[in-house]
Design a protein around this ligand. Structure first.
Ligand code: NAD
Ligand code: MG
Length: 378
């Protein structure tokens, strides 16, 4: 079992829940990092006493340095420092950063030969080929995303048996069953209310557009080396069955349980062992489980994700950049909800991308997508 971790993104939804799991099992956080939230980072540092903390935003160096000046906790700031933290020798690096900013520390952690428990799906969306190459050569990758943790669990004991397909479940989000016309009238407040999971702001929005499910399809393609058309997305409103694998003989192996992210976080840190649940016990009695197809003509982000992964190259980095940029414009009140899907699709259809995948071409695709979205937003 993991005894110490470097926790990237400790102040976010996954970061905070990771610290709860650490407390339960006496796992020591050696380093805690945050994007900008120095107030919470300071509180966490005082409570968990890591050797070091790091803020991604360089201009906040003095802020965090002053806050912790009465302690012997080392302080650093900026992307290079974040990558240095990810490369530090430890049992597991947990990457709970949001957005493509998480790609750099993912690369740093794996290159250093560390085991990486990955919540930051954008690493795999934008840089899947690169990241999986590194995980084959050096560091090991364990998924935290609940669906991928479920699939990972379903594949334990697989031997060399062939799989027919991966069944990736989706809650359907707050706009399940909506027509395109209905989508045109939704408010920001409605978009930020997820029916079953309590998460950070970006992933909550991505869940409402189903961009999150598109990202997860791409994540599954890379993690489980499966063609994109063998990943079937099924809407399962209850979020009880967290995903499944159908084998060649037609048997479907699934993982079910409470919708509590601390369960997959704990599994990533204690794998292959299982420990007592960090949350409430869960019963299947009197539950109804339903499964349906999502509507890609309403949720354009899903169709765009399939288009991007089928094209290959840096098309998925374009997808990720477009979704992040359109999401930011939505949060700023500059575009309505339904435009997010349109802009993501337009970017995939019109912006240039490269067949060669390396960090330079990924960064170029990310910039190209953001630029395209800004210029075509209104
Ligand atoms: P969040 O917004 O709550 O937290 C994000 C963390 O990243 C914070 O600590 C923040 O300070 C840090 N951060 C933000 N920008 C940064 C930057 N530029 N550089 C470095 N650090 C930065 O997000 P979250 O909901 O915890 O999600 C984190 C990741 O986990 C995302 O990739 C998300 O898709 C994935 N995920 C989340 C959930 C969930 O339940 N929240 C479930 C599955 C997967
Ligand atoms: Mg998920």
């Amino acid at each position: 079992m993991t005894k110490d971790i470097v926790l990237l993104g400790s102040t976010g939804s996954i970061g905070v829940q990771t610290l709860e799991v650490c407390e339960l099992h006496g796992i020591r956080p050696l380093v805690l990092t945050a994007g900008k939230n120095t107030a919470l980072l300071e509180r966490q540092a005082r409570k968990y006493r890591p050797d070091a903390v790091c803020v991604a935003e360089e201009s906040l160096y003095n802020d965090i340095k002053t806050r912790l000046s009465d302690t012997d906790i080392k302080v650093s700031a900026g992307r290079a420092a974040l990558c240095e933290a990810a490369a530090r020798k430890c049992d597991t690096v947990v990457n709970a950063i949001v957005g493509v900013a998480g790609l750099y520390p993912t690369i740093a952690a794996l290159s250093a030969g560390n085991t990486l428990a990955l919540a930051n799906k954008e690493s795999l969306v934008a840089g899947g080929e690169l990241v999986m190459g590194l995980s084959r050569e050096s560091g090991r990758l364990i998924p935290i995303d609940s669906e991928h943790s479920a699939i990972f669990q379903c594949l334990q004991g697989r031997a060399d048996n062939k799989i027919n397909k991966i069944l990736l479940t989706a809650s359907g989000g707050p706009f399940y069953g909506y027509s395109y016309d209905m989508l045109k009238k939704v408010t920001a407040e409605q978009a930020l209310k997820h029916p079953t999971w309590n998460m950070g702001r970006k992933i909550t929005l991505d869940s409402a557009t189903l961009m999150n499910k598109g990202f997860e399809l791409i994540e599954a393609v890379w993690l489980f080396d499966t063609p994109w058309d063998k990943v079937e997305i099924i809407v399962h409103r209850q979020s009880i069955l967290h995903s499944a694998v159908e084998f060649e003989d037609g048997s479907i192996i699934a993982q079910l349980g409470a919708a509590d992210m601390r369960v997959p976080i704990q599994y990533a840190l204690t794998y292959p062992k299982r420990y007592k649940t960090p949350g409430e016990s869960f019963s299947l009695l009197n539950r109804q489980l339903t499964f349906e197809r999502p509507d890609e003509s309403v949720f354009l982000c899903l169709a765009a994700a399939k288009k991007a992964i089928s094209r290959g190259g840096t098309a998925c980095a374009l997808l990720n950049g477009a979704a992040e940029a359109a999401g930011e414009l939505f949060f700023e009140g500059k575009i309505p909800f339904y435009r997010i899907g349109e802009l993501v699709m337009e970017t995939i259809d019109n912006a240039g991308f490269s067949d060669t995948v390396d960090l330079d071409t990924i960064e170029l695709a990310d910039r190209t997508a953001r630029e395209y979205v800004r210029l075509n937003a209104v």
